[in-house]
Ligand binder design. Structure first.
Ligand code: NAD
Ligand code: MG
Length: 387
């Protein structure tokens, strides 16, 4: 039996993971499920899957969780330390699907016990890439990418020599506002931004798709995970979201990964790797699709892509600053304190302010230095917003 834990079990990735685990129930023991405020979902899944522990990130919800689990035999716990304890429970495979930098520490804890980390939480590599990869190496733990583009690149690289790669192209749908006139973006609302044309995902990543902050995080994630040079990593707009990424080799050949926009493919690939097993994912009918389209992204529409290039060049703690400024600006946008385009201006300002500080690039990346950079960036964002 494989022992499996899901961090962020109540979210979009977490629920898709549970859907797959339910289908392989006879081979899997569920160790821990963690969630946030959705206690009903967390308790229901923990009971159904026979988890050993269920953890909510919020201390004030412990009593509610205890009541929801009473008589089931599933242990309840709450808070940040409890999340880390859940990640430390012996497991073979741990899904990292918490949203935001909150996923970093439990992910590191999971790697320290040598578990295979299925990584959906892109913030982990964006904020602390070298620390995360070194922790995996030292503990002989494997990291398998779950972000669809990174899973696609990983799959295209199986059996290939990474030195023969000349370029990688990750695709972007263009998000909710791809076809909006640029002038109207300033008045876009959080509800409008949270409607993705193709993928069904959590609210925050969906809004990040409209601004392409999501793609910005993904190109940094690509650099960190695969160690490609910034100039080897390209982004193209592909409105159909069927080609997830392409890897180009020195001999001119390109491997494209094609599939429906269904995260259960990338999750299932990481769950079954190195095997491929049946998954409940549609096989595309290419003749009914007919054609696929690709275009250059417009950097005026998506300034986040330009900022990601700067972060990839500077590295150090600039990834932590970039991500934290983005997370905090997104909080303000969701609370309607700032407009959609203000997010770009704010993140760029904070990145500029803080990256002129030498220490940001030279300081060693540790959990503490990442936390400090994260905190500082959030403070700067709040100061700019006047909150
Ligand atoms: P979501 O908002 O649907 O779910 C997030 C999960 O994290 C929930 O279980 C929530 O309770 C938990 N959570 C939220 N804040 C927390 C905190 N402070 N501490 C502990 N737990 C907390 O998000 P999602 O769309 O499932 O995305 C999860 C991660 O996967 C993100 O990093 C996202 O970028 C990445 N990702 C998602 C998709 C997708 O299709 N949804 C695709 C690729 C990558
Ligand atoms: Mg992605």
């Amino acid at each position: 039996m494989r022992r499996v834990t899901i961090l962020g079990a109540t979210g979009s990735i977490g629920q898709n993971t549970i859907d797959l685990i339910r289908r392989q129930k006879s081979q899997i023991d569920v160790v821990a499920l963690t969630g946030g405020r959705n206690i009903e979902q967390l308790a229901k899944d923990a009971i159904e899957l026979g988890a050993e522990i269920a953890v909510t990130a919020y201390d004030d919800l412990l009593q509610e969780l205890r009541e929801a689990l009473s008589g089931s035999g599933v242990k309840a716990s709450a808070g940040t330390a409890a999340l880390n304890e859940a990640a430390a429970q012996p497991a073979d495979w741990i899904m990292s699907a918490i949203v935001g930098v909150a996923g970093l520490e439990p992910g590191l804890v999971a790697l320290k016990q040598g578990a295979t980390l299925a990584l959906a939480n892109k913030e982990t590599l964006v904020t602390a890439g070298p620390l995360v990869l070194e922790t995996a190496r030292r503990n002989d733990a494997k990291i398998l990418p779950v972000d669809s583009e990174h899973s696609a690149i990983f799959q295209a690289l199986q059996g290939e020599d990474i030195a023969s790669v000349s370029r990688v192209i990750i695709t972007a749908s263009g998000g909710a506002f791809r076809d909006w006139p640029i002038e109207s973006l300033a008045s876009a609302t959080p509800e409008q931004a949270a409607k993705h044309p193709n993928w069904s995902m959590g609210q925050r990543i969906t809004i990040d798709s409209a601004s392409m902050f999501n793609k910005a995080l993904e190109i940094i994630e690509t650099r960190e995970y695969f160690d490609f040079l910034p100039e080897q990593i390209e982004v193209i707009v592909h409105p159909e979201s069927l080609v997830h990424a392409l890897v180009g080799f020195r001999d001119g050949g390109m491997m494209a990964h094609v599939g429906p926009p269904d995260m259960r493919h990338a999750i299932g690939y990481a769950l079954n790797w190195p095997q491929r097993l049946d998954l409940p994912v549609e096989s595309l009918d290419l003749t009914s699709i007919g054609s696929l389209t690709f275009a250059q992204p417009d950097l005026t529409r998506y300034p986040a892509l330009r900022l990601a290039r700067e972060v990839m060049e500077m590295r150090g703690l600039t990834g932590a600053v970039f991500n934290a400024a983005k997370e905090r600006a997104l909080d303000h946008f969701i609370a309607q304190r700032i407009g959609f385009c203000d997010m770009n201006v704010i993140v760029e300002t904070v990145l500029e302010q803080l990256s002129s500080n030498e220490g940001l690039i030279d300081t060693e990346i540790t959990l503490d230095t990442v936390r400090e950079a994260d905190h500082l960036a959030r403070q700067r964002v709040d100061a700019l917003v006047g909150k």
